[in-house]
Design a protein around this ligand. Structure first.
Ligand SMILES: [Zn+2]
Length: 350
């Protein structure tokens, strides 16, 4: 079981490169020696294409990489005559290597996929509550740790009381384009990783009738659970998967700038299906406690990274790794079990 999991980015990349030795491979440099690694295979008769992405949020790449290695080990040879396969390892290698969610420019890649950044009018940017309390304006928060934590919790629970849990999750994760050093920053232009992904999807999908894109994340589901989200409409998906639709455009809180835009805007396939997987890593009983823990950790990590005290960086990054990748047997076993269940539903779908 441990062979699928890695201690760090370089080890994960090495395992990925070795296990895909027989496939067509390429890599794309992002910064220094950090690369997005790509492996692909194409059957004679091209009908369906399966794309699996790991490490969009760098630190979540530990589990994402294990998901890909498990897929390669258990399913690749069985299905490669039927499916086209595109594996994208570590879309955000800087974040993976440094145990950060964001990339080398403090950009959240899962908010960066916008056609026109000048037209963005994030709900967050207009939200009064955020303006007043502004948890994203990191500079305000030079308070003692305890006081800061209490203030943060008050804000979070105020949001939950006002909007409910699921909308609060959306609000917090919704992204912002005002504070380059803040949380969930969308950037002002598409980042290298996203330009690469757009181009790759445009090229590779042109002969396929159908494309399924799976983007693997970890974090704010209940621990040991797997939440499956899709931007498709519920009735578009015939696959027997217990998913939650994020197609909430009517409510005005839909996911802006997400990875799925790369698929829907660039794919040449007639039919396109998107899944975001979220493996829960924190609290077994409560999504709220998980959300509270993770969002505060992200807030602190971002604050320390951008404003100091910089000597605290190694410690908080270790905390990040632990939070997004619980290195115990039970978590790993559960994660692989859920992965197996999910992949079999995808593969058996006609
Ligand atoms: Zn994520």
């Amino acid at each position: 079981m441990n062979k699928y999991f890695s201690e760090n980015y370089f080890q994960a990349r090495e395992k990925f490169r070795k296990s895909t030795a027989k496939l067509k491979k390429s890599n794309y440099h992002i910064i220094d020696d950090l690369t997005i690694d790509v492996a692909e295979s194409h059957p004679k008769k091209k009908e369906k294409l399966l794309i699996i992405i790991s490490g969009t949020h760098g630190v979540e790449g530990y589990v994402g990489s294990a998901f890909q290695l498990f897929f390669i080990d258990k399913y690749l040879s069985k299905i490669k005559d039927k499916y086209g396969i595109l594996l994208i390892h570590s879309l955000n290698p800087y974040g993976f290597k440094n145990n950060r969610r964001y990339n080398e420019n403090n950009v959240d890649l899962n908010r960066n996929n916008n056609k026109d950044f000048s037209k963005i009018n994030y709900f967050f940017n207009k939200n009064k509550l955020f303006k007043e309390e502004n948890i994203f304006n990191i500079k305000r928060a030079f308070l003692s740790d305890n006081f800061e934590r209490i203030r943060y919790n008050l804000l979070l629970y105020k949001l939950i009381l006002k909007h409910g849990i699921s909308k609060t999750i959306q609000l917090i994760g919704h992204g912002q384009n005002k504070y380059p050093k803040g949380l969930c920053y969308s950037g002002k232009n598409k980042e290298k990783s996203i330009l690469f992904l757009d181009k790759k999807i445009k090229e590779i999908t042109k002969d396929y009738k159908e494309t399924i894109l799976i983007d693997v994340h970890t974090g704010a589901a209940k621990k040991y659970n797997l939440d499956i989200f899709t931007a498709n409409k519920l009735n578009e998906i015939k696959i027997d998967v217990p998913f939650k639709s994020t197609n909430t455009k009517k409510k005005g809180t839909d996911h802006i700038g997400g990875i799925e835009n790369s698929l829907f805007e660039n794919s040449k396939s007639k039919k396109n299906i998107h899944f975001t997987l979220e493996f829960g890593t924190i609290n077994k009983y409560s999504t709220v406690i998980s959300l509270n823990y993770l969002s505060y950790l992200l807030f602190k990590e971002n604050q320390i990274t951008n404003f100091g005290p910089f000597e605290k960086i190694p410690k908080i990054r270790q905390k990040m790794k632990k939070a997004y990748f619980p290195e115990n047997k039970k978590f790993k076993e559960n994660m692989l079990k859920k992965t197996k269940d999910f992949l079999e539903r995808i593969i058996n779908y006609q």
